[in-house]
Design a protein around this ligand. Sequence first.
Ligand SMILES: NC(=O)c1ccc[n+]([C@@H]2O[C@H](COP(=O)([O-])OP(=O)(O)OC[C@H]3O[C@@H](n4cnc5c(N)ncnc54)[C@H](O)[C@@H]3O)[C@@H](O)[C@H]2O)c1
Ligand SMILES: [Fe+2]
Length: 388
Amino acid sequence: MSSLHRFDCACAILHGGGSRYQVGSLAKELGGRRALIVTDPGVVAFGFADEIAASLKEAGIESVVFSEVQPDPTKQNVLDGFEALKQNNCDLVVALGGGSPIDTAKVISVLPTNQADIATFAGLHKIPNAALPLIAIPTTAGTGSELTKVAVITDTARDVKMMMLSAPLQPRAAIQDFELTMTMPPALTAAVGVDTFTHGLEAYVSRKANAMSDPLALSCVSLVGKYLRRAYTDPGDREAREGMMVASGQGGMAFSNSSVCLVHGMSRPIGAVFHVPHGLSNAMLLPAVTRFSIGGAPHRYAEVARMLRIAEQDRSDGYACDALCEWLEALNCDLNIMRLSEWRNASAEKFHQFKAKMAQDALDSGSPANNPRVPTTEEIEDLYEKVW
Ligand SMILES: NC(=O)c1ccc[n+]([C@@H]2O[C@H](COP(=O)([O-])OP(=O)(O)OC[C@H]3O[C@@H](n4cnc5c(N)ncnc54)[C@H](O)[C@@H]3O)[C@@H](O)[C@H]2O)c1
Ligand SMILES: [Fe+2]
């Protein structure tokens, strides 16, 4: 652990059942007069966008809904949303949905003050100027995007998911209302829940882990251990849904101020090429990548096993690390996580055609360099073979 770290976070986090009804007063506090609600058709169909618009109206704030965000949002989604923002003279952005609408809203909110090709935002600290105020309201638990300074936007021309990490992408405020996640079906609950776990785990074992991110990361993995299976088997379990929402935010804050590592590095290219949802591709990779990485930071992985209560405090690190690998495999089984080769459009031919490019894109993203064991391109290709 080096000694100098920076920790960015939102200035307000509202959480708890029903906190979404505070969006109007929060938007007023932030000085907004006209809001662009950025969301997607699935979220609109549940009536959530109407609830948010009504709360804004009650506080005297007009709003316009932009709902053309697709899963794994593209540059075009961002440009279309920016057009809607300009045409309607909006001075505040409200993101409502999973990571896709939230990430899209983040990049829309920096465009008025950072007029450049979106591709130039990819990488670390590439966005210089402050954004319009943004309130993020997640409906999945989740990416934790409501509490990160990260956005992931797909460049369809190059089949690359661009990762942007810059302070202006940090939402000014987040509203974590777990009631919005209760409509998630089990497969979505599982995928986004493993994404949350991966944020906590990778933030904790990362070479950039630090004293501020560590407690958040450990709390995140512990909450997922307690609640993910419950939320998966009983979508109406309010306590489990609330626990997963808290875990999601903590995991987001942890990794945004530490980093993600090899699982995320390898997951983004799978998303870009095969359009496997982000959480699901993480889950496909997690057991094999953990086995590969564990020797680089055995004590840290062992601590995660102890937080999960799958290894007693007096057991050796070796025992705890084995227990963690077995637990991850069992979790995938219980959540019915498929292999990459079982994904609907993943032919062996396409896999072999893209394997080398995916390995190179994974390395180029920078995330594998934060891993406790830094892989070569060949080792990444081997790992892709293992999870295929
Ligand atoms: N910015 C970050 O910090 C960060 C972190 C991790 C992942 N991501 C990115 O986030 C994206 C994935 O986000 P996601 O996994 O939250 O999914 P998503 O936003 O792509 O949504 C997936 C689907 O779930 C539906 N959905 C959303 N909420 C629902 C609900 N409550 N009930 C039923 N259906 C619902 C949506 O309509 C959509 O069809 C990826 O692009 C990933 O790269 C970003
Ligand atoms: Fe993630």
